[in-house]
Every structure is written in structure tokens, then in C-alpha cells.
Design a protein around this ligand. Structure first.
Ligand code: IMP
Ligand code: MG
Length: 178
């Protein structure tokens, strides 16, 4: 697949993703047993996964977005996490489901889960589309994981490289062209 000079190899197809998202949705539905859940979608990368996942969850849901930034326009973590947008919900005694695109070093989710934990939720769970074990430095428990992947920089289905490629309906690997 060709897009603006660089080639993209499909790594996880639309069908593979949607099958897995259905399974995760069913698992989440079963585990919360009818209780209300506040879904915190981590912008920007998780927007597509979160949208598809919520459609597969049969529970009373509330949605909010949070902005966390640990990356510049680079493929390496800057080692710092900044909250750029916080939730408006009071999380105390609520079921919280954090939805993330990818756990790489684990720094972003370790930081954010500690922050949420400090707000005394009833429960806190993490759903992540992807996990790269080879790069993990800060262990985090991923309760609902889409796919464990090898140490490759991936794009699409919400994930970006320098702000681009989020709109692709599949997860791909970018081979830099010109
Ligand atoms: P961590 O804090 O190192 O776990 O980094 C997590 C964040 O880095 C994710 O939320 C992504 O935004 C970004 N990231 C890590 N790996 C990739 C990748 O392969 N493609 C696109 N973004 C990535
Ligand atoms: Mg992210």
C-alpha cells in the first residue's frame, strides 16, 4: 500500500482487529456485570479503538477523553509525561476503564494509572490495543489486551507517526520512502 511516497505494510488487518475488539468487548461486558463504567479514552491514539470497543460493550457507559503526552515527533519516548487534558468526572467510587492505543515503555500508563488510583475509584482496568513487551521498562497490568507485538514502530487505526496516518483502518508498518 502506497501513501505519499512511503510504503505501508499491513500488520494487523481490519478483520483481525475487529474480531479481537469484539472478544474484548464481550469480556468487559461479562466482567462488569451490568455496572456503570466510566471510559477514559487516551487521546489521540486511542480514539478509533475506543470508539469500536465501546460499540461492543453492553453496559451503561460514560465517556470522557484525557490527553497525555509522552512523545514528540519521534519514535523514542521523551521519558516525561504531561497531562494536556483531564477528565471532568469525579472518579471516586466509580468503575474506570482506561483505553489506550499502545503500551510501549509503560511510562505513560504507569503515570496515569497511579494518578487515577489516587482518586479512589471503585475499580480501575486498562484496555490497550497493543503491547510491545521488548520495550517495556515500567510494568503495567493490561487487563484487556488486543495484541502483543514485536519491537516495530506501527501506525494506523489511531496510531501516528509525526501526527500522520491515524485514519488508516488497519495497523501498519511504515517503511520510510523519500
Ligand atoms: P510509553 O509511555 O513508552 O508506553 O508510550 C506510549 C505512547 O507512545 C503510546 O500511547 C503511543 O502514543 C506512543 N507509541 C509507542 N509506540 C508507538 C508506535 O509503535 N507507534 C505509534 N505510537 C507509539
Ligand atoms: Mg498514546
Amino acid at each position: 500500500m502506497e501513501k505519499s511516497g512511503s510504503t505501508i505494510d499491513v500488520f494487523l488487518s481490519e478483520e483481525q482487529i475487529s474480531n479481537r475488539v469484539k472478544e474484548l468487548g464481550e469480556q468487559i461486558t461479562n466482567e462488569f456485570k451490568g455496572e456503570e463504567v466510566i471510559v477514559l479514552c487516551v487521546l489521540n491514539g486511542a480514539f478509533m479503538f475506543c470508539s469500536d470497543l465501546m460499540k461492543e460493550i453492553n453496559l451503561p457507559l460514560k465517556l470522557d477523553f484525557v490527553g497525555l503526552s509522552s512523545y514528540g515527533d519521534d519514535t523514542q519516548s521523551s521519558g516525561q509525561v504531561v497531562i494536556t487534558m483531564d477528565t471532568k468526572y469525579d472518579l471516586s467510587d466509580r468503575n474506570v476503564l482506561i483505553v489506550e492505543d499502545i503500551v510501549d515503555s509503560g511510562l505513560t500508563m504507569k503515570f496515569f494509572m497511579n494518578l487515577v488510583r489516587g482518586r479512589n475509584p471503585k475499580s480501575i482496568r486498562l484496555a490497550s490495543l497493543l503491547y510491545k513487551p521488548a520495550r517495556n521498562k515500567y510494568p503495567v497490568d493490561i487487563d484487556y489486551l488486543g495484541f502483543e507485538i514485536e519491537d516495530k514502530f506501527v501506525i494506523g487505526y489511531g496510531l501516528d507517526y509525526a501526527g500522520r496516518y491515524r485514519e488508516l483502518p488497519y495497523v501498519g508498518i511504515l517503511n520510510a520512502g523519500n
